[in-house]
Design a protein around this ligand. Sequence first.
Ligand code: NAD
Length: 497
Amino acid sequence: MTERVKQYINGEFASSQSEQWVAVTNPASNDVIAEVPCATESEMNAAIASAAKVFQTWKEVAAPERARLMLRYQHILKENHDKIAILLSSETGKTLADAKGDVWRGIEVVEQAANICSAMMGETVENVATGIDGYSYVQPLGVCAGITPFNFPAMIPLWMFPMAIACGNTFVLKPSEQVPLTAMLLAELFEKAGAPKGVLQIVHGKKEQVDFILTDPRVRTISFVGSVSVGEYIYKTGTDNLKRVQSFAGAKNHMVIMPDANKQQVINNLVGASVGAAGQRCMAISVAVFVGETKQWIPELKEALAQVQPGAWDDEQAGYGPLISPQAKQRVVNLINEGKAAGANCLLDGSDCQVAGLPNGNWVGPTLFSNVTTEMSIYTEEIFGPVLLTMEAEDLDEAIALVNSSPFGNGTSIFTANGAAARKYQHNIEVGNVGINVPIPVPLPFFSFTGWKGSFYGDLHAYGKQAVRFFTETKTVTARWFDDDIPSGPNMTIQLK
Ligand code: NAD
């Protein structure tokens, strides 16, 4: 019988009473590997009620104790690194190497959460007036919620709940219904690390369950990562319901290639950054902007891309895996066809791709376009597949203008040997995460992940110092202790002279 995924409510891994179940598939074969429930109203209510109740005790647990929980969690995650990666591969189709990276980038955030005492330190000014001190510190908010996408089933939940919980909050996670298994394993390991019952809750579902979270007055913050339209909806609905919202949405990331860049480095990095993970990364490079004569490198790029073939997660020869679903594949193929019909030159067409022994997988081969214009749908839309567009610019200024005209601002990179060009690019580019000779510049957790423009709605970003501000409220105290030795009142100014 097909496995029925449990929920994690009030510290119990329990079966749902729901009548609505969604199939979880192996995207390399489309075989059903599990079924996930859409939580009932009473299950949603129970999860949030439990999180609200447990918050009252969890917020009183000493900060170093909360930090030690994260130390233990980091250790257990590392011990189970490969187990998590294999499960993650089975539900996303990601290659094992890619899945391991997904887990590792999440573990790094848990490491930051283990430093929560330093991260939560407040500020003090002695003698804001004579004998009076001012200080501020941060306190947790209550129930925080997270809604996560399919493409990083370990890393993105781990962007959220460890920081929120280390700050003293409780957390309700609604993972993607396409990849719920990894989240459940993360919860099991959190419990093994000693997480008290109810500090983390996991419910499953789709729009209806998300709407429950968005409108429930007990939920104080919403962290969302996902597609453009849903991201906008979450931000508007969450803030309409007076919640603090951080909403990470879609992307269209450009790489600018300068004539003094190392050609082989550019080609190697472009291949990995564009078709790696089947292009299903929010930081994938989807537009390569060749400056000046570097456009002559495009035929070599095409050759290199043609060498990469998709395959099953445990196929060591596979460059990347399948798309997440038949619908996602159809969407990408439709966009490739639209690009061709609009007059772009399809140098490499992966829309009719087969993988031996896996005829039903959602395969798309590496695809490369030239002659692309900014009006074409392949340029205006996030494709989220192994498709790379090439464009050309006369000089760096023209390249910067092109990148800045995009409504998205998640990530970008420049490849150059010229420090002044790199400095000009990092200064002028209107994108939140910038790589210099680094193709996918996802910041480490002591910084924050800082997408801009249409790639992010909100004020405070994921992990790093900004996460602590997002998951806490600041309290400022002005304090005086009466002491006969300290002058106060009208004489005070006289004393100061
Ligand atoms: P998605 O928007 O379809 O789903 C994300 C989450 O929202 C899921 O949990 C889903 O159940 C829920 N959801 C879906 N439709 C909804 C609706 N109408 N109302 C309320 N909730 C809804 O995204 P996806 O396909 O799972 O993920 C891919 C997208 O995520 C891409 O666009 C990618 O760029 C983006 N992404 C962005 C970042 C970033 O940091 N900016 C990181 C990773 C992924």
